[in-house]
Design a protein around this ligand. Structure first.
Ligand code: COA
Length: 376
């Protein structure tokens, strides 16, 4: 079997069926379980999206209330993980911490080795609940601060900001962060989701599948791009470079400009539309136009030079910066949201499983005979 250039990276290959999300890359459309991302961004809370992804329907009030209670009850990591966190905060980068802590989270899961559908749902919600706590506790520990226990009365968004800063964020800030979580929750067969499904398809457990997803999200061509965008903005600020000249220089050196381009979207990524608007609002609110103005200049220059649109990570970098989130937490914050999609995809994979095992094109030497060492 041979692979054309377009086949490289599994482009265009249908790797799985899913009822969770769908993309029209030409029209710039994204749906979660049939709901347009624009409607979800305008109206849904992150908790409603978690419910939607796991039940394929929006919740009524009682169902949403139950999910909120479950999430609130499961936020605190158990003792084994809490004991690990101070060492991880000293010795590891944020995504390395998340990878290791997620793996350790399996140890004391109350459902243990039970991989039934019911147990996997409970594990999925526990995983969604605990990831933001791991990130917030890690950040406080590495800064020599006391961890802030989760507040069961707060939403996932409000509680994360509370645990991170020890201060209650205002309603507008919480709303914006909640919208960020909604926008990042699922995105069809992206690299981290695919990794989770490949792992689940071997009938490995859900924690292992989420570790695999975290490993894939970490890379700069996927979730790591948002952090790289912030580094680029910092570099422009520090050097005083003109954003257009900076961008042209990168392209002349054949460097990728982080936050642009997408495998599927050939037009505006609908998530970027919302994040651009939020970045603008926050620039005005904070009176700090740098991230917003520089991003706009980069966006215009990239469109002129390469015809490439910004992706979800581009304006997310400005939004998270304005919200005061440390730059190396941008990718872990992405994980706080995408874990809802990962866990739903893992459950979907288990429900109709077949081992994922693609074929290959061999490009090595033709069969040859072995020469023992002494005669070589
Ligand atoms: C997202 C991404 C990995 C998609 O990769 P892909 O589908 O394999 O697309 P390719 O890398 O083959 O890109 C196609 C062309 O556009 C160019 N291109 C794509 N993204 C680019 C970028 N961010 N900067 C500069 N050029 C880019 C490629 O150089 C290539 O040009 P060529 O045909 O002249 O060689 C890629 O666009 C990228 O690396 N973007 C930056 C990282 C990023 O923001 N990732 C987050 C994604 S949500």
């Amino acid at each position: 079997m041979t692979m054309g250039k377009s086949g490289k990276g599994l482009e265009g290959v249908v790797a799985a069926q899913t009822a969770l999300s769908d993309i029209d890359g030409k029209q710039g459309k994204l749906w979660y379980v049939g709901y347009d991302i624009h409607d979800l961004a305008d109206h849904a809370t992150f908790e409603e999206v978690i419910y939607l992804l796991h039940h394929l329907e929006l919740p009524n009030e009682a169902e949403l209330g139950r999910l909120r209670e479950q999430l609130a009850a499961d936020r605190e990591p158990h003792g084994f993980v809490m004991d690990l966190l101070p060492g991880l905060a000293q010795r590891t980068q944020p995504m390395e911490m998340l990878r290791t802590a997620m793996s350790a989270t399996q140890a004391d899961d109350p459902d243990g080795e039970d991989n039934s559908e019911e147990a996997n749902y409970r594990k999925a919600i526990r995983i969604c609940a605990v990831v933001p706590t791991l990130v917030a506790h890690y950040d406080r520990l590495r800064n020599g601060l006391e961890v802030v226990p989760p507040d069961p009365n707060l939403s996932q968004a409000a509680n994360f900001l509370w645990m991170l800063t020890g201060e209650k964020a205002d309603d507008e800030t919480v709303h914006m962060f909640d919208t960020c979580l909604v926008l990042h929750a699922d995105h069809t067969m992206n690299a981290s989701t695919f990794s989770a499904r490949v792992s689940a398809a071997t009938l490995s457990d859900i924690h292992s599948a989420i570790v695999a997803a975290i490993c894939a999200l970490k890379g700069p061509l996927h979730g790591g791009a948002n952090e790289q965008v912030r580094r680029m903005l910092d570099e422009i600020r520090e050097t005083g470079a003109d954003p257009r000249d900076y961008l042209k220089g990168k392209l002349e050196r054949h460097e990728k400009v982080m936050g642009f381009g997408h495998r599927v979207y050939k037009t505006e990524d609908p998530r970027a539309t919302h994040l651009r608007e939020m970045a603008k609002t926050l620039a005005e609110k904070t009176g700090e136009p740098f991230f917003w103005e520089t991003s706009r200049a980069l966006e215009e220059a990239m469109m002129e030079e390469k015809g490439l649109h910004p992706n979800v990570d581009f304006y997310a970098a400005s939004v998270y910066s304005y919200l005061g989130i440390p730059e190396d937490l941008f990718t872990p914050v992405f994980a706080c949201s995408r874990v809802s999609g990962w866990t739903a995809h893992v459950r979907e994979q288990y429900a109709d499983n077949r081992l994922i095992r693609p074929d290959h094109e061999y490009i090595g030497p033709q069969p040859r005979s072995w020469t023992p060492m002494s005669d070589r």
